[in-house]
Design a protein around this ligand. Sequence first.
Ligand code: XIL
Length: 351
Amino acid sequence: MPDRSSRSRTAQRASRHTPRRARPALTAAATGALAAAAVLAFSPTAQAADTLGGAAAQHGRYFGAAVAPHLGETDYESTLNREFSSVVAENAMKWDATEPSRGQFNFSGGDQLVAYAQQHGKFVRGHALVWHAQQPGWVQGLTGDNLRQAMRNHIAGVAGHYKGKIDSWDVVNEAFEWDGSRRQSNLQQQLGNGWIEDAFRAAKAADPKAKLCYNDYGTDGINAKSDAIYRMVKDFRARGVPLDCVGFQSHLASNSDLSTYRQNLQRFADLGVHVQITELDVGGSGAAQANVYRQVTQACVAIARCNGITVWGVTDKYSWRAQETPLPFNSSYQKKEAYGAVLAALNSAAS
Ligand code: XIL
């Protein structure tokens, strides 16, 4: 491993906000270098890091990417290896991929990604245990207690399989509407309001050490939706429901209003949970796009409980919003202005 990588690994371990890496990646050598690396990483004279993962590690944070099955492509894999310190499966750990028939689990895609992460010393985010979308057909027709049992069994099966290997799980994804009401999914209609806490309790039982997150989009400021999620998190914390983190997907545009972005993250952090930017991408190009990336990065760096940032893809080439060219690397894997803005924001001191 090049020097900068080992520095970033040890620097991340040095922070009390350190996310958990895939276990076999934690080497004795890394532990031995811990004290020296901590001094180096937090010294004002430390050299600026030249990768996103390395620069984020200076603040004890990860910088990750969503990964699709393109690891065989040389530029894809080398960009991922070099720049990112965390990975999440773009699709491979979702319900339709992991349990295509009831009780028949398929972990092939997820296992490949976890093995890659362990070989390369990267964190893994898990995404997503329960969601209204990308459910297998057999789930969509279930009612009442039958659906409740299927949900619990799915969480036990998937989170149990990856127990100890996942830094943070998106336990529940996208359960609220813009107006702050509960999304009228099959889960909500069949199981009633209690299904979200039920899912978190099942995840806690299956993998007690993973950080358990609620994840959503459209929560990029103080608004009716983020208000409702805030109330839920506050209530869960008060009642001891095991929720540790809130994911802000942050699917943005160059003209997104970010005037209350940081303030919104901060109010969640003030409830005692971690916050994470989980699916960042920004439609657009040039300075306008870079400016949004800068603001999001600065917000995470400024908030002690912000563990890290994940962009939703390695390259514009394979982005789910490819026509909007929303990522820091273009379709030829060249660094865009957005990349420079993120790296500079990570390399500047935390405020
Ligand atoms: C998207 C993937 O990027 C696509 O490949 C797939 O076809 C649909 O899902 N919010 C989420 C992610 O939580 O799982 C979604 O990912 C994007 C929106």
